[in-house]
Write a protein that binds this ligand. Structure first.
Ligand code: HAM
Length: 419
């Protein structure tokens, strides 16, 4: 067989898979502190959902979406991001009437046919948060603080938070013309895709992966209307009082069409060119534009693959506490029974192959990282005892009565460092 995984898709093996699980578990704890509840949305949705929400001038929809016609002739897409699905569920399930606080988190794999490189995959995991139904700057400050606390809890060092405001439809109306004129005057410096889409969405040129940073640097800046300026001001004040350090980056536009007002990104210089660990922003008009009620919202998503890259030296070692070995054929069934009894008592236990030689089983025990090996031979079974061998420093062996094995192990393991 010569079948390989696809380019940009990968297997997550231990210890990286364990690291993913730890990041997700610590995120769940922080979400609970902030009143967020989990939402699980479908992996495949109608293509139109992403075209209308993520936006038809975005790279994601124009070039990166895995879209196809299904067996029923429907145009569908594998989700490139979570926000559209959450918004669809909010409208379809009438969640504005649920009486709850509109705070949802999700953990799931997303798919974008981008050019793969370190930290950029075609299938990747996002942990995302959406807070729907609160227009006030308190929601902005809380949502960004939540993200920062969550990354801190995961153990991430050296992060920087950047924020900006993209204003509302009103402030953007006149800015659109000013920016379009500027881009047209500099049309020769634009890449082909940008040349083709500036009329439809001039803002997109500023986050183009090819020439975006240079363009954004020189482009005229948006002037916020008074309510948007006040919202941005309040958000910054509240963030400061929450102890969140940030810088304002007036060049940040973000690569999705639905944003209004506050946008933000968390970056790590240790990641190289794919330096965004997380990003998000306010989307006050999206729910309504998708056919729902007027429901201002804000959210973010973080790339778990990128967080795991930054934490790769901290991947927790996983090892059983006890390794069970049968030293003779007659002891195999008794050894297998002990494995079950240990697990029933919440003691993690493993074995290799009870039919292999003692030497081979001992080698596996050492490799497993277990604290203790329990050895059973014909004589031990006959005398209703077990041999316990310490696999760490002292490596000594002692005999204990089979009836007292669990108590003895609990006592030893209670004192032993967790593997
Ligand atoms: P986004 O900036 O497209 O936002 O993605 C958020 C994060 O997902 C990025 O900062 C990055 O860490 C990770 N990410 C994106 N693409 C890849 C990739 N190809 N490989 C690995 N990691 C990747 C969103 O997706 C919005 N839905 C965020 C949001 C929620 N805005 C409001 N609510």
């Amino acid at each position: 067989m010569n079948i390989h995984s696809l380019r940009g898709f990968r297997d997550l093996l231990p210890p990286e898979s364990t690291l993913f699980a730890c990041i997700e578990a610590s995120a769940r704890e922080v979400f609970a502190l902030y009143g967020y509840q989990e939402i699980r949305i479908p992996t495949i949705e109608s293509k139109e959902l992403f075209v209308k929400s993520t936006g038809d001038t975005t790279d994601i929809v124009e070039k990166e979406m895995y879209a196809f016609t299904d067996q029923g002739g429907r145009e569908v897409a594998v989700r490139p991001e979570g926000t559209p699905g959450v918004v669809r569920a909010y409208i379809e399930q009438n969640l504005s009437q649920s009486g709850r606080n509109g705070k949802y988190f999700y953990i799931g794999n997303m798919f974008r046919a981008e050019r793969p490189q370190a930290g950029r995959y075609r299938e990747f995991t996002q942990i995302g948060a959406e807070y729907i139904g609160n227009a006030s700057p308190f929601a902005d400050a809380e949502t960004i603080t939540l993200l920062v606390r969550l990354l801190e809890k995961a153990g991430l060092p050296g992060l920087s938070v950047e924020i900006n405001s993209l204003g509302c439809g009103e402030c953007r109306k006149s800015y659109r013309e000013i920016l379009l004129n500027h881009l047209k005057a500099n049309i020769a410096t634009l890449c082909e895709p940008c040349k083709n889409r500036i009329d439809r969405n001039p803002l997109r040129a500023l986050d183009c992966k090819i020439d975006g940073p240079a363009l954004a640097e020189k482009a005229p800046k948006l002037t916020l209307c008074a309510p948007c300026a006040e919202h941005f001001d309040r958000t910054r004040t509240l963030l400061k009082s929450s102890g969140v350090e940030f810088t304002v980056n007036l060049n940040m536009v973000r690569g999705l069409d639905y944003y209004t007002r506050t946008v933000f990104e968390v970056k790590s210089s240790a990641l190289g060119s794919q330096d965004a660990v997380a990003g998000g922003g306010r989307y006050d008009d999206l729910v309504k534009s998708m056919g729902g009620p007027q429901a201002p919202a804000i959210g973010w998503a973080m790339g778990v693959d990128r967080v795991a890259m930054l934490l790769k030296d901290k991947a927790p070692a996983t090892a059983p506490a006890v390794f069970v070995i049968a030293a003779s054929k007659e002891a195999q069934d008794a050894a297998f029974k002990i494995l079950g009894e240990l697990r029933a008592q919440n003691i993690s236990a493993d074995f290799s192959n009870l039919e292999l030689s003692l030497k081979s089983q001992l080698r596996s025990a050492d490799r497993s990282g277990a604290v203790i090996a329990v050895l059973l031979g014909e004589e031990e079974v006959r005398n209703s005892v077990c041999a316990i061998k310490f696999l760490k420093e002292k490596r000594e062996q002692q005999i204990v009565p089979a009836a007292g094995l669990i108590t003895e192990l609990k006592q030893i393991l209670g004192n032993a460092p967790t593997p």
